[in-house]
Write a protein that binds this ligand. Structure first.
Ligand code: SF4
Ligand code: SF4
Length: 97
């Protein structure tokens, strides 16, 4: 049973605005926020890694064949990769579930 309000001290407060578990963002799969997803046309890709550099969620990764793809479990669908790609090979398309 909760104690009366007057018995609480600052020590009972939940810590806020502090990252008390570094690296925990991997646990939060933010990909379900998006309504659009990046689709890569590898025939135009020059493997420059600009998309990888600009993705604010570090959702883009390089595949074994050297081309890039997005981890849709973390991609938020912001479209920055598509805007920055110098070859125009990324298009944002409606998410398919
Ligand atoms: S920015 Fe475009 S051209 Fe460069 S690696 Fe990414 S998809 Fe390929
Ligand atoms: S749409 Fe946004 S979050 Fe998703 S891969 Fe591109 S830059 Fe990253």
């Amino acid at each position: 049973m909760a104690k009366p309000m007057e018995e609480y001290t600052w020590r009972d407060l939940t810590v806020g605005n502090v990252v008390d578990e570094p690296g925990n963002s991997i646990s939060y799969k933010t990909g379900d926020w998006k309504s659009q997803q990046p689709v890569f046309d590898e025939s135009k890709c020059i493997r420059c890694a600009v998309c990888w550099n600009f993705c604010p969620d570090m959702a883009i990764y390089q595949k074994k064949d050297g081309y890039f793809s997005a981890d849709l479990e973390y991609c938020k669908g912001c479209g920055i990769c598509a805007q920055q790609c110098p070859s125009g090979c990324i298009s944002m398309q409606e998410e398919v579930s």
